[in-house]
Design a protein around this ligand. Structure first.
Ligand SMILES: Nc1ncnc2c1ncn2[C@@H]1O[C@H](COP(=O)(O)OP(=O)(O)O)[C@@H](O)[C@H]1O
Ligand SMILES: CC(=O)OP(=O)(O)O
Ligand SMILES: [Mg+2]
Length: 420
């Protein structure tokens, strides 16, 4: 587990006036998972990290690691929902003597996926904030309900503690109107708040800054294309530390090909499936969000499995890979044009950090844009940010591990430190 470079400073470099307690628990609730970390903000150390997977299924699994002892424990068996998941996590933390009842705990930071236009900053959670997050469920149906359950459970466990929401959408609120608006009737768009919000912003913010650091430059000085390739996947164009475009839209469905989401398609596909295919709107919603992307194309949503099948000569897996990479390449080209000059392209999240063949294929043939990958450097595995482009390349290509939990902890602690 790595420590972070400036634990006692906020994102803007301001020193913190440290409150007495120094620990922050971060909860990152996904549609069927809960990732968490307990961090000490005085030295940037991680006290515990863990993951609950397959929530709601019979085969749920909790994997918890305590940093002090190095022990990893696993619980296997059904965990019904995010409420039960967080209770189980609280139990594991208590076993290590770092439970939620600890006076050392300063705050709990929550990832909240959709904050609409309203939330541009980390926000102290009260009842009215919860109501607004609830109102946004229709535009983040896979994510906001899980985020809300995590918040409600944490509040019930520690009603006295500040709870902070850090929104995926916040980093993207700097997008200019011409990037954020769809070309539809303006009045209708305003009435129904239809615009491009973008997601994974905490990761795009963290990775774009970490990329600048890797280049030895200030974030304000560099233009970066960030490719966040996890289960959900998104690209962003970051100019001088501010997001100017991103691939996800009103919901996390637009843009890149994902594990189970289609990404971009002609909206008329929906009318066609409704009118000619006789599918209901709910069925089409489920199809595009949960049964499309890599999974829809070849029956697997995990890039490891797809690579294994390609190695065995499977044509379906090969085509799914090629479609995934083709979309990625189109976004690299688009954001190159949006930015004008590009200092770095950064790959991050599960696929971006681990799948060397995806990185190689995504920049293949882009030498004319100054983009290339050195095969030897690309094959190196590791947890640290690193360059994978040849030393003389015009544009740096980098692998930059994301750390949404750290970023959320830092923003949470900065807010609590201000005494808000
Ligand atoms: N070694 C690997 N090689 C290729 N892909 C990987 C590897 N490890 C993880 N992945 C991919 O990363 C995905 C998960 O990424 P992650 O960023 O953890 O997603 P999320 O946070 O959205 O759940 C997996 O579905 C898998 O496809
Ligand atoms: C917004 C989003 O797609 O998040 P995730 O990748 O965690 O599903
Ligand atoms: Mg993720």
């Amino acid at each position: 587990m790595t420590s972070h470079p400036s634990p006692a400073a906020t994102a803007s470099g301001e020193p913190l006036s440290a409150p007495l307690a120094s620990r922050v628990l971060v909860l990152n609730s996904g549609s069927s998972s809960l990732k968490y970390q307990l961090l000490d903000m005085r030295d940037g150390g991680r006290l515990a990290v863990g993951l609950v997977e397959r929530i709601g299924e019979q085969t749920s699994r909790l994997r918890h690691t305590c940093a002090a002892t190095g022990d990893t424990r696993e619980q296997n068996g059904p965990i019904a929902d995010h409420h039960a998941a967080l209770k189980a996590v609280a139990g594991e933390l208590s076993r290590d003597g770092i439970g939620l009842d600890s006076p050392e705990l300063a705050a709990i930071g929550h990832r909240v996926v959709h904050g609409g236009k309203f939330f541009t900053e980390p926000t102290l959670i009260d009842d009215s904030v919860l109501t607004e997050i609830e109102r946004l469920i229709p535009v983040a149906p896979l994510h906001n309900p899980a985020n809300l359950t995590g918040i409600r459970t944490a509040r019930a466990l520690r009603p006295d503690l500040p709870q902070v929401a850090v929104f995926d959408t916040a980093f993207h609120t700097t997008m200019p109107e011409y990037a954020a608006r769809y070309a539809i009737d303006t009045k209708l768009a305003d009435r129904y708040r239809v615009r491009r919000y973008g997601f994974h912003g905490t990761s795009h913010a963290y990775v774009s800054r970490a990329t600048a650091r890797l280049l030895g430059r200030a974030p304000e000085e560099v233009n970066v294309i960030v490719l966040h390739l996890g289960n959900g996947a998104s690209a962003s164009a970051v100019r001088g530390g501010r997001c100017v475009d991103t691939s996800m839209g009103l919901t996390p469905l637009e843009g890149l090909v994902m594990g189970t989401r289609s990404g971009d398609l002609d909206p008329a596909v929906i009318f066609h499936l409704r009118r000619v295919g006789g599918m209901s709107m709910d069925e089409i919603d489920t199809l595009l969000n949960k049964r499309s992307g890599l999974f829809g194309l070849c029956g697997d949503n995990d890039m490891r499995e797809i690579q294994r099948r390609i190695d065995e000569g499977d044509a379906g897996a090969r085509l799914a890979f090629d479609i995934y990479v083709h979309r990625l390449k189109k976004y690299i080209g688009a954001y190159y044009a949006v930015l004008g000059t590009v200092d770095a392209v950064a790959f991050t999240a599960g696929v971006g950090e681990n799948a060397a063949p995806v990185r190689a294929a995504a920049v293949e043939g882009l030498a004319g844009l100054g983009l290339a990958v050195d095969p030897g450097l690309n094959a190196v595995r590791g947890d640290e940010a690193r360059l994978i482009s040849p030393p003389d390349a015009r544009v740096a290509v980098a692998v930059v591990p994301t750390d949404e939990e750290w970023e959320i902890a830092e923003q949470t602690y900065a807010l609590v430190g201000k005494g808000v």
